[in-house]
Ligand binder design. Structure first.
Ligand code: RM4
Ligand code: MN
Ligand code: MN
Length: 428
């Protein structure tokens, strides 16, 4: 039996219940004036990339408990993203971390991507670890380092990462730079000089990129450094990207904010400046990217999507298309299940944002009617859109319940059988 036969058979078993729920929701949405077909199309078009480093279990410095059957090579990672995309039809891109996943046989990789209906859309550099054989250490920084030779090595690495990307196909046109540079003790860094050195390095990388490439600059307020991070906030990322040029953009990673930061406002600001280039989704209670997207603050995720949806409808906004990706660590859950859950939560938040009556919201805002404005948002947020998301995935050829089918087919067990119980993925 082929995978698509198994998928069809599985969907058949859920069809009765789904049709009942979708029939009701579709009717309800039409009654309130929504164009249901347009909603389904918008949801179907939404793609969230999967990073090559998220298919294995993460860990902490205290330990790591592998899921079993983790992908041992880039080829096996593509195979895992392939199954995610086949199940949800919404994860059609992979983001590569170099040097964790340097392709060996480009032609074979391209064919494998094609067979799985995937693209590689971006590449990520890594100057936060010393690689074996690397002549100079990043212990005291990379692009900000006091020593020109270390900076040069880090600049060349970034340029080389983009060169790998160029060999992977025309869809790959983004270099993501996340710097772990920073300081651990007061006085360790000359803040202004370290900033200037970083800018000079980034400009060199930017100028070496092909003209149709984008450079995303990610920020993070803490970790790995305890006292200061070189790019701690969106303001620094914004300033750096403006100083580099129009193809440099800010990347917002949800986990890279101090507790209770108003991320939706940051998103709105960056959209207003036309500098929101990408998103890394995850969830957190205390620290960076520990949890499933939408598991802790679903309302905030919804509010972020409201900003994205409103900006997309506003002709005043001149923001390039935003690249979406999941960037989470999976300590306990099966990584594939966690990724499927994350995508489901992201689509749910997006679907709810699409339901917001923006005219009514703007009227309430103009009238300073805070109660009405909040009610308009809550009206959309409280709608159970799961049948809408399922219908959109189904129409794309995916499973009505992606995690359900993944379990039903015992895919993890199959991976353990072929790859082994102790197989460990490269990455964090
Ligand atoms: C960082 C950051 C980067 C990711 C690495 C693995 O915290 O989120 O985006 O490449 O982790
Ligand atoms: Mn990230
Ligand atoms: Mn992170």
């Amino acid at each position: 039996m082929t995978f698509s036969d198994q998928l069809n058979e599985y969907n058949q078993t859920l069809a009765g219940d789904h049709n009942f729920r979708w029939g009701y929701l579709g009717e309800q949405l039409s009654r309130s004036g929504h164009d249901v077909e347009a909603l389904l199309q918008q949801l179907a078009a939404f793609q969230v990339a999967i990073p090559s480093w998220a298919l294995g279990t993460g860990g902490t410095r205290f330990g790591r408990f592998p899921a079993g059957g983790e992908p041992r090579s880039l080829e096996e990672k593509i195979e895992d993203v392939g199954i995610i995309h086949a199940l949800n039809r919404s994860s059609g891109a992979i983001s590569l971390h170099i040097p964790w996943d340097i392709p060996r046989d480009y032609e074979a990789i391209r064919q494998l991507l094609q067979a799985n209906d995937l693209i590689i859309d971006s590449v990520n550099s890594n100057t936060f670890q010393d690689q074996s054989g690397q002549p100079l250490s990043y212990k005291f920084g990379s692009l900000c380092h006091t020593d020109t030779a270390v900076r040069q090595q880090a600049v060349e690495h970034n340029i080389q990462v983009a060169e790998y990307g160029q060999k992977l196909g025309d869809e790959c046109k983004t270099l993501t730079v996340w710097l772990s540079d920073g300081s651990d003790f007061p006085g360790q860094h000359h803040f202004r000089r370290a900033y200037q050195r970083t800018l000079d390095s980034l400009q060199t990388i930017y100028n070496a990129l092909p003209s149709d490439w984008t450079m995303l600059i990610e920020y993070k307020p803490y970790e790995p450094h305890f006292y200061s991070m070189l790019i701690p906030d969106w303001g620094t990322s914004l300033r750096l990207s403006e100083a580099c040029g129009p193809k440099a953009q800010v990347l917002v990673d949800l986990g890279h904010h101090l507790p209770n930061t108003n991320i939706e406002q940051i998103v709105a600001r960056l959209l207003h400046f036309g500098r929101l280039g990408g998103f890394h989704f995850n969830g957190s209670m205390y620290g960076d990217d520990d949890l499933t997207t939408g598991s802790i603050k679903p309302f905030q995720l919804f509010l972020i999507f409201c900003e994205l949806v409103q900006a997309a409808q506003d002709s005043v906004v001149r923001n390039p298309p935003v690249a979406y990706m999941i960037d989470a660590s999976h300590n306990l859950k099966d990584p594939i299940e966690d990724l499927l859950q994350s995508v489901q939560n992201i689509l749910t938040a997006y679907a709810k944002a699409l339901l917001v009556d923006t005219e009514a919201l703007f009227d309430a805002q103009d009238a300073n009617d805070a109660v009405r404005a909040e009610e308009v948002l809550r009206d959309a947020f409280m709608t159970d859109v799961r049948a809408l998301v399922a219908e959109a995935i189904h129409r794309q050829g995916g499973a009505l319940d992606p995690i359900g089918l993944y379990r039903n087919l015992s895919i993890r067990q199959q991976r353990i059988d072929t790859r082994g119980k102790l197989a460990v993925a490269t990455g964090l």
